[in-house]
Design a protein around this ligand. Structure first.
Ligand code: ADP
Length: 315
């Protein structure tokens, strides 16, 4: 393909504030921490950045507050090549933010304030209908109001644009209103929450996939962590094996997988090859700390793909 594929992400953007400390404070107590880090997050933003670094032309539809995190979020998108003309700045709102307290044993305590993400409305999608109509694929998650997710699917389908939904975090959902999406992509925890089925064994997994396909989805992609991923359609299932890596931080692996899969599919790769490549893109992200910071650029990904294909299964 000569032209870059065009992907629109309708979703969230957060600022992650990580505080490392030996203990967590009790009510009324103030303690000194041992470290601090800041990162750009939110599933929508992460997937947009992964798709962009992977080579797509990405446009974000979302909202940030009028605070300094909003300006920093927009600047980060721009530095990652993500279009921001449809990111609304809402002066009276706060930018989505996550306070993440990390203890030495790795235990996390997280408070998320949705802020402006909760103000991404169906009207924002209607206003962007022309850009959606020109896209090759629209990507959605559940960190914005569900009504906006449903509306986006309607608009995308009205223009015959492919649509991919990542139901994360899992919420009680009207599956019938999602089923027009071309791809449902979820991990095992989300699959359990959405179907109410346990996913502990291959037989459980099969029953869960069957239930999702029976709800009307044409394609379901189930990510299986270190076990790779599974592409399910009525015609059958394909397991895409994982690429072995020394994982140091799997935060954001799912977002890396989804953003890269969207790019590979819109480049016209066959589904099985696209899912296999997304496994590698996500596995690479697990070899580095951080979320967006751990996502590879396309050239680096291609070099690793070539290396793995000539010497299979080497870490
Ligand atoms: P999430 O991050 O949403 O929990 P998963 O844990 O299923 O999602 O990971 C998403 C994808 O990342 C997997 O399908 C796989 O391709 C890749 N991945 C995750 N963990 C590993 C790992 N330890 N080794 C290799 N690949 C991994």
């Amino acid at each position: 393909m000569n032209q870059k594929p065009r992907i629109v992400v309708v979703g969230s953007a957060n600022t992650d504030l990580l505080f490392m400390s030996q203990t967590v404070p009790r009510g009324g107590e103030t303690i000194f921490g041992t470290g601090f880090d800041m990162g750009f997050g939110g599933k929508g933003a992460n997937q947009a950045v992964a798709a962009s670094l992977c080579g797509a032309q990405v446009q974000m539809i979302g909202a940030v507050g009028g605070d300094m995190f909003g300006a920093a979020t927009v600047a980060n998108f721009q530095s990652m090549g993500v279009g921001t003309s449809l990111v609304r700045v809402i002066p009276d709102a706060s930018t989505g933010a996550a306070l993440i307290l990390v203890e030495p044993n790795g235990e996390n305590r997280i408070v998320v304030v949705k802020g402006a993400n909760d103000l991404v409305r169906p009207a924002d999608v209607d206003a962007a209908a022309a850009q959606i109509a020109e896209a090759d694929l629209v990507l959605l998650q559940f960190e914005i109001p569900l009504e906006t997710v449903y509306r986006t699917i309607e608009v995308a389908k009205a223009h015959q644009v492919r649509c991919m939904v990542n139901p994360a975090p899992a919420l009680p959902v009207d599956l019938a209103r999602l089923a027009a999406a071309d791809y449902l992509i979820l991990n095992e925890t989300e699959a359990e929450a959405i179907t109410g089925c346990q996913v502990r064994s291959p037989a459980d997994r099969e029953a869960c996939l069957e239930k999702l396909l029976a709800s009307g989805f044409q394609r379901v992609v189930l990510t299986l962590g270190a076990k790779g991923s599974m592409l399910a359609a009525r015609a059958g299932r394909v397991h895409a094996p994982p690429f072995p890596v020394t994982a140091v931080d799997t935060t954001g692996a799912g977002d890396a997988f989804i953003g890269s899969l969207a790019t590979f599919l819109t480049e016209g790769l066959a589904e099985q090859e696209a899912v296999t490549r997304a496994n590698l893109y996500a596995a690479l992200s697990a070899t580095r700390t951080g979320t967006q910071k751990s996502f590879a650029r396309r050239a680096e990904f291609e070099a690793e793909l070539a290396r793995r294909r000539t010497t299979p299964q080497r870490r």
